[in-house]
Design a protein around this ligand. Sequence first.
Ligand code: UD1
Length: 362
Amino acid sequence: MKIDLIVGARPNYMKAAPIYRELLKYPTEFQCRLVHTGQHYDEKMSDIFFRELELPKPHIYLGVGSGRHGEQTGRIMIEYEKAILDDQPDHVLVAGDVNSTVACSLVAVKLHIKVGHIEGGLRSRDWNMPEEINRIVTDNISDYLFTSSRDADENLQAEGIAKAKIFFVGNTMIDSLYYYMPKVDQRRIHQELGVIPGNYILITLHRPSNVDQDEIFKGLFSTLETIQQRMPIVFPMHPRTLKMLQEFGMGRYLELPNLKITEPLGYHDFMKLQKDARLVLTDSGGLQEESTVLGVPCLTLRENTERPVTIWEGTNELVGSDPEKILARTMAILDGNVKKGKIPEYWDGHTAERIVAVLRNN
Ligand code: UD1
């Protein structure tokens, strides 16, 4: 069976790496090509993850780069179709909800190639998020929906997707979390940044809904200014966020003593920082899940989440982008008022094994 495993943007790599490793265990059954669309291309958004996750150089690199949604999605489709026309895989595996996910699924389904969607079925019900559109389209054209939580199964069935296509397998990103932990534990990023384990807040912020609108963006940064007076904040900054900070003339925030803004970090350093943080503030999907497994309190700066299991069972709470709410809840957590959680079902480090078992049995 020939498989193309697609990656394109930062959150894809840690979801794909465990599957690549697992497929290699069956060399007579699977031939796997790693396809990188080039949606993310910077050293810090791409190459460092390949090294740290021990992924080989992609077998196919499409080099599409940044662009508007239609432009980027379209370019990935054109380039991926060209790349595989003469040597088509039997299956295409895509992960998550980025533009590369939907683009490569569309190419595959139109060539009658079977599509497997890792992390299928998640829904925020927020159509303003490009990711929600990507999820719905990808799920509806996939042959295998590999889900990470039971609510995802319910979402898919409610949309009329046949039960036989849905496989509750768990979370491959959590496979990576466990697998690389020994390497993560060796990192010395705290010393490099001058922070003490358990005594800093980690924040990531890059959603268009938070960083593209001047009023919301400024509100969030003035809240961070207040919080950093109480506890240091580490802020590995996405290129999009840095661009907006400069565009809105907010460069002074780069100088605040306890707001430690860094470049995007590699996987090992970032996980080390997350593991030892007192609190995570984020608008990312992945951090909501990782912090739940690490048992670190997480405030999600969004009005909704496609990962509700992290709220029902984990340490995650939704606070939106209202400065007062963020500040109040942050201070309460720093005062010890934390929400305890448990690790969701099948987030156990063995999800890739279950996915590959499904492929072998079918
Ligand atoms: C994409 C995903 C988002 C995911 C995020 C993780 C979509 C629709 N969005 O958002 O779901 O949470 O990745 O990072 O697929 N840029 C660089 N260097 C890079 C890549 C991007 O400087 O290597 C800058 C460019 O200015 C680019 C901007 O970041 O225009 C946004 O990149 P893009 O891939 O369009 O979306 P993300 O915001 O990264």
